[in-house]
Design a binder for this molecule. Structure first.
Ligand code: CO
Length: 465
């Protein structure tokens, strides 16, 4: 029986899940050496929403953040989360942008790229896996876990085999909503383990309070790696806490080999940072209470709170139960996509519209039309032809890989952002988030200008003195 390995999420998913991705680089850096010395399988520290948050809220260059962490963390592989053809944005990007982004991520310090697609359409992740292999990185193929009358262990085994064939060097089961219950985890991991050779990693969230138990059963089924967060930023909508998992496995055949005393130094460092975010209201401790609604309605906690805010805005909170019943119906109509960005928002908004209008699909959002038209890829279950006709009329859906219809665009982006580019990576920042990127670039120029001015004033003064 092999030892269980641990990927630490404090630098990415933990703060993305609990404080809207607001942790700053200078709050991370003092802990990086400690983290690097623990012996983790990997430090997840980049990708997901961190890139967007750096630019939009923190006035940080996401590339510089990665380089700064890499300068200290020389021993532990650095890991990022990538939304396949969507990269770190919310739409499909051309293949040349995807390849260049992967190249630069690895060149700046990423070792392992976890790649997923909201529909589990492997065509949406094949280019990033291929690019990662070419750049000498470790591509991890990811299955977005969900439950539906269509999904079962067999379907996920098929996905995992396909990812392995495509060159994935490990497979992740990504339970972003915390829906995976312990016995299903045992069954799923056993089934995948029996069919593939590469290591299996399980990623869950503590949302429904089951996370640590789910890991325990997955470990008994042979899972190789689990994702945890150091305790001050664990539980609630984040990952199960690292130290209790390490302590629970110590002395068993699954011993992680990690030292709880060393881990407690890291918790001690992050505890005051947690207190700071509680005091500022950014960390809402109510979110730390297990939410079994996620299990009852089979929807992610974040989606429930979005629905509540949409209904409050419409002054229609009395329709909450009706909307909750409508969500699974819309999801069935759309071929049972996993509820993850962006499908959770697409389905939630349409369910609200259907209930408020008193007639289903009286108004149809552009995004729902896009899903039905195949623009996001192939849905897990086929869409009923009658329903498709109702939504699209005579318009034919596409059946190819969506990015096959997108022209390469890197040279165009380069031209558009030319006057602001100071490093190769800037064109990618611009391609992903044009508006926040330009604001960031302008601010960067201004800061530099002020610095130069101040400097030359000081020199003039020196001359006179
Ligand atoms: Co996650």
């Amino acid at each position: 029986m092999a030892k269980v390995k641990i990927t630490e999420t404090i630098l990415r998913d933990a703060h993305q899940s609990l404080i809207a991705t607001r942790m700053k680089l200078d709050e991370m850096l003092p802990a990086v050496e400690l983290l690097d010395n623990i012996g983790y399988n990997a430090l997840e520290c980049w990708g997901g929403a961190t890139f967007d948050a750096c630019l939009r809220f923190l006035n940080e260059d996401p590339w510089e953040r990665l380089r700064a962490i890499k300068r200290i963390a020389r021993k532990t592989p650095l890991q990022m989360l990538l939304r396949g053809q969507n990269l770190l944005g919310y739409k499909h990007y051309p293949d040349d942008v995807v390849r260049y982004f992967v190249q630069k991520s690895i060149a700046n310090g990423i070792d392992i790229i976890r790649i997923f697609d909201a529909l589990n359409d492997t065509r949406n992740i094949e280019v990033s896996i291929d690019a990662c292999i070419k750049e000498g990185g470790h591509p991890q193929g990811c299955i977005s876990y969900t439950t539906s009358p269509y999904h079962n262990a067999e379907i996920f085994v098929k996905d995992a085999k396909r990812l392995e064939e495509m060159g994935a060097q490990s497979i992740c089961i990504k339970d972003m909503a915390g829906l995976l219950v312990p016995e299903d985890a045992f069954e799923l991991v056993s089934a995948i383990k029996a069919n593939i050779k590469v290591p299996i990693e399980l990623h869950t969230h503590y949302t429904s309070g089951l996370g640590s138990m789910t890991y325990m059963r997955a470990i008994q089924a042979g899972v190789d790696i689990i994702d945890t967060a150091i305790s001050p930023f664990a539980m609630g909508t984040s990952q199960p806490p690292t130290e209790p998992m390490v302590a629970a496995l110590a002395g068993t055949p699954y011993d992680t080999g990690l030292d709880v005393k060393e881990l407690s130094k890291i918790s001690a460092y992050f505890r005051p940072i947690r207190e700071k975010y509680i005091a500022s209201g950014k960390l809402d401790t109510r979110m730390l209470c297990p939410d079994v609604n996620a299990l009852i309605f089979q929807v992610p906690g974040g989606m429930l709170s979005n629905l509540v805010s949409q209904l409050k805005q419409a002054g229609a909170m009395d329709k909450y139960d009706a909307v909750l019943e409508e969500v699974p119906r819309v999801r069935a109509d759309l071929g049972y996509p996993p509820l993850v960005t962006p499908t959770s928002q697409i389905i939630g908004s349409q369910a609200v519209l259907n209930v408020l209008a008193g007639e289903r699909y009286k108004t149809v959002t552009k995004e729902v039309k896009g899903v039905v038209a195949g623009e996001y890829g192939k849905t897990p279950a086929p869409i009923d032809p009658e329903f498709r006709k109702k939504i699209l009329g005579d318009r034919e859906p596409i059946t190819c890989r969506p990015a096959d219809l997108i022209e390469d665009k890197l040279p165009e982006y380069r031209k558009e952002a030319a006057q602001y580019i100071e490093q190769d990576e800037d064109v990618l920042t611009y391609a992903l988030f044009p508006q926040p990127a330009l604001a960031f670039f302008k601010n960067r120029q201004l800061q530099k200008y002020n610095y130069d001015e101040a400097h030359s004033d000081a020199q003039k003064m020196a001359h006179y003195i």
